[in-house]
Ligand binder design. Structure first.
Ligand SMILES: Nc1nc2c(c(=O)[nH]1)N[C@H]1C(S)=C(S)[C@@H](COP(=O)(O)OP(=O)(O)OC[C@H]3O[C@@H](n4cnc5c(=O)[nH]c(N)nc54)[C@H](O)[C@@H]3O)O[C@H]1N2
Ligand SMILES: Nc1nc2c(c(=O)[nH]1)N[C@H]1C(S)=C(S)[C@@H](COP(=O)(O)OP(=O)(O)OC[C@H]3O[C@@H](n4cnc5c(=O)[nH]c(N)nc54)[C@H](O)[C@@H]3O)O[C@H]1N2
Ligand SMILES: [Mo]
Length: 762
């Protein structure tokens, strides 16, 4: 497997020649060099296809090459000429495939035909599509609807997601967990309480008007690289960017635009962060408390001296609730606690606060470093507290920007993929489809795992994703998967979840969004919502990997037809024949959000959904934007007594993966090559724990619930990370995360601070 295992410090800026080389090499590896470069010119263009990688905004005036290194990799992965046809499965039993790495499973290539697992031979065997649907329908009928889970990974289009949610509800359940339950659910739970919207308020235009950006816990150079363009432009205007991240991520330090010949030739790079604060894992609540404390106390002083206030009192009086209690809590918070919990000095925090205080319009941007913690929801709310202090919501250049993950994860929520019945317009569903939508709350991701463990779940239908690999606590979960009656996976490539299957299992291959989707009325397009709340159309450009593939809407419709009693008010066939009809149904269900969807999805730059908070209207219980007093400044109130030997581990992505899809073993930006089985540690901790570079260790979770959670074979390397913290890769380290170790209100697995101890192997 690994030719070379080493850790070289990274010196190049993000982007640059390294990025250009990487695009070429992935196209070559997937055997698509010339053709692939042509396909890439359609990426993120009006009338082209929307990238299958991240959800970053698509500008109205795209660059000639509006894609990044990682978008190109994701495209190459979908248009690969490699396939895993039924012949491949005839050669390999599931038991054998289980010994393959995640990378090797997916690297087998695109799935080409519908298959059912054959218990006698332990192989997936091709069956005709209609037979698959008939059997799935027969197996779902008559089952307790609440024992079936309908999971969605964030790539499926608005059309597919709307149909899938309707299928689950007509079947009788709200069991609709989504990848966002592992991702920005802390945002979806946190923001409605503070500013009355479930999504971010920042649009691309705001980047042109902002005069300060605060960045928390996002690895932009790797996970939303196209965002480096607006960041670079903002820096050229002199906008300060303050970054809070335990790691000095190269993409947030400096950037060379690989699509600018001049920058490439001259090696000119733009410094991105003007101040870089390497806080402790989970230190965000404390760090933001430090900023708020400084602002409030500086404001107290300024007003006492008759000077210009620092806090926006007019905005606070007119638009917010709870300021006094919050301000008092911040005045009372001690700098000792703030410094200890954040790992940052008062001086550094004061400098950041002063930068923020100087800005007329500031925005806060954040990712998984904030949401995937025990206190993830509270930290999100601290970010809105900070913005509200200076009226930074609902004016140009200001706002909150949760950087979403999957390319349509935000949109899926908007069209009904949610376990929470209060988030769907039941009256509309009743009116349009004449059925009674289930009122009982369904299962989110963690609850679905609990249901699989305790036998309440009997069948699992997955629209994409790699649920078994992306979720925590593998050693506990794996035997439970095999006890399910039925697993159905709609997928493009083989992954480990397909091998951890139920007693009856189907693997249904679908078109990728990049592929031409031909239906009764001709070639179809789909739509999606980006991270900034803009809806876009997307049209496939590549010939399908196999003529046996069906589109996702077609698969969902045919499962629905085989499972549900006929309903004259839902014509699944018409929907599949013409997706504009699905969009009309989406508009009829959500008229305020999706007005004229069929036309406006082709607007250059898409069209923005109405968001009350952007107009300073607050759809909260108090009718105002709410300040929320943090319960604690601690990262994890349930963390075991911090013994000397306990390390806080974050699991994160390399520059060479898309979630559980591992493209290769190098992490160029962070200088890791040829392996992912590393644990990167603070040198002081290594010394204290008597570990040397190159030692191979076993990591064990510190938890007192009777389960042993271990990952062996991790090579120790020194890294620039605060003391007491370490990092390693997701999903290799997911076995270490207890299922109950999740954000308290949102149940997002707390993948960024797992208490572990280490022991040398052998
Ligand atoms: N190429 C590529 N693009 C992707 C993905 C991919 O896998 N590959 N995944 C997509 C998905 S689904 C998502 S959700 C996003 C994920 O994108 P990110 O939100 O960037 O997620 P991670 O890669 O886990 O990186 C988390 C970052 O937070 C920092 N961090 C960790 N703990 C803390 C903390 O306690 N506080 C602070 N302030 N920072 C912390 C880490 O050092 C790291 O820089 O990217 C999307 N885009
Ligand atoms: N420890 C730890 N765990 C984490 C995270 C972390 O940072 N640390 N991050 C979490 C986050 S943010 C997320 S979003 C989840 C991701 O969880 P998932 O969304 O479930 O996982 P992915 O790896 O994105 O799914 C990849 C699979 O999707 C299938 N696929 C790809 N494209 C398509 C398509 O167009 N259609 C269909 N039907 N299938 C397709 C392929 O078969 C591929 O193998 O993981 C979470 N888990
Ligand atoms: Mo995500």
């Amino acid at each position: 497997m690994a030719k070379e295992k080493q850790h070289r410090p990274h010196t190049e800026p993000a982007g640059g020649w390294g990025s250009a080389r990487a695009v070429g090499s992935i196209l070559l590896k997937e055997h698509r060099l010339l053709h692939g470069s042509r396909i890439l010119t359609h990426q993120n263009k009006p009338d082209g296809f929307m990238c299958v990688s991240c959800s970053w905004a698509k500008p109205a005036h795209p660059h000639p090459f509006e894609f990044c290194e990682n978008g190109a990799k994701a495209t190459a992965w979908d248009i690969t000429s490699k396939t895993a046809p039924p012949g491949f499965f005839a050669e390999h039993t599931c038991a054998e495939l289980e010994s393959w790495s995640d990378h090797d499973l997916e690297e087998a290539g695109r799935l080409t035909a519908p298959m059912r697992w054959d218990a006698g031979t332990d192989r997936y065997v091709e069956i005709p599509w209609q037979q698959a649907f008939d059997e799935i329908g027969a197996l779902l009928k008559g089952r307790d609807p609440d024992s079936v889970v309908f999971y969605t990974s964030g790539r499926a289009s608005l059309e597919t997601s709307y149909m899938f949610a309707l299928l689950a509800r007509m079947y009788g359940t709200n069991n609709l967990p989504d990848s966002s339950n592992m991702c920005h659910e802390s945002t979806s739970v946190g923001l409605p309480k503070t500013i009355g919207v479930p999504v971010g308020t920042v649009t691309l235009d705001d980047f042109e008007h902002t005069d300060c950006m605060l960045f928390f816990g996002h690895n932009t150079g790797t996970n939303a690289p196209r965002m480096l363009h607006p960041l670079q432009e903002a820096r050229r205007r002199g906008v300060p960017i303050v970054t809070f991240n335990p790691l000095r991520e190269p993409g947030l330090v400096s950037f060379t635009n690989p699509q600018s010949p001049i920058e490439m030739l001259t090696g000119k790079e733009t410094q991105i962060s003007t101040q870089y604060l390497q806080l402790k894992l989970g230190g965000d609540t404390a760090a933001v408390a430090g900023l708020c404390k400084w602002l409030i106390e500086a404001d107290d002083m300024a007003r006492a001296q008759g000077e210009q206030p620092i806090v926006d009192h007019a905005f606070i009086a007119e638009h917010t609730h709870g300021f006094e209690a919050f301000a008092d809590a911040m005045r009372q918070a001690s700098w000792t606690d703030i410094e200890r919990e954040s790992g940052l000095t008062r001086m550094a925090l004061a400098q950041a606060a002063a930068t923020y205080a100087h800005a007329q319009a500031a925005m806060v941007l954040y990712g998984m470093g904030v949401t995937q913690h025990r206190n993830g929801v509270q930290s999100v709310q601290m970010l809105t507290n900070l913005l509200l202090l200076r009226g930074n919501i609902g004016k140009p250049g200001a706002g909150i920007c949760p950087i979403r993950g999957h390319s349509n994860v935000q949109g899926q929520r908007t069209v009904g993929i949610t376990e929470k019945p209060e988030h769907v317009p039941a009256d509309k569903l009743r009116e349009l489809y004449h059925f009674e939508p289930p009122a009982r709350k369904g299962m989110n991701t963690v609850e679905a795992c609990e249901g699989i463990l305790d036998g309440r779940v009997t069948a699992f239908v997955a629209l994409g994703g790699n649920f078994a690999r992306a979720t925590p606590d593998h050693a506990r979960m794996e035997p439970a998967w095999r006890k399910l009656d039925l697993t159905v996976a709609v997928a493009t490539r083989l992954n480990r979840s397909h091998l951890l299957h139920g007693r009856t299992a189907y693997l249904l291959p679908c078109l990728s969004r990049i592929e031409v989707d031909r239906q009764a009325t001709g070639e179809q397009a789909v739509s999606m919502e980006d991270s900034t709340g803009c809806f876009h159309g997307s049209r496939g450009r590549h010939e399908p990997a196999s003529d046996k593939l069906l589109s996702e809407p077609a698969i969902v419709a045919r499962i629905a037809k085989a499972t549900l009693a006929p309903n004259p008010h839902v014509d699944w066939d018409q929907w599949v024949g013409d997706y504009t009809r699905v969009r009309a149904a989406i508009e009829a269900t959500y008229p305020r959000i999706f007005k004229d969807l069929n036309e406006r999805m082709w607007n250059a730059g898409g069209f923005h959904r109405p968001l009350a908070a952007c107009e300073r209207k607050w759809e909260t219980e108090t009718g105002k934007a709410n300040f929320v007093v943090p319960e604690t400044l601690e990262a994890d109130p349930d963390m075991p007594e911090q013994g000397d030997d306990i390390i806080r581990l974050m699991t994160t992505r390399s520059d060479n993966q898309f979630n559980t899809t591992v493209y290769g073993l190098d992490d160029r930006f962070r200088g890791v090559h040829g392996t992912r089985m590393v644990i990167m540690m603070n040198p002081g901790d290594m010394q204290r724990l008597r570990l040397n570079e190159g030692d191979v260790v076993v990591a064990s979770t510190v938890a007192h619930d009777g389960y042993k959670r271990e990952v062996a074979g991790l090579t120790v390397r020194p890294y620039d990370i605060p003391a007491g913290c370490a990092w390693s890769y997701y999903p290799e380290c997911n076995p270490l995360i207890p299922l109950w170790h999740h954000a308290r209100e949102s149940k997002v697995p707390a993948a960024k601070s797992v208490p572990i101890t280490l022991r040398r192997e052998g």
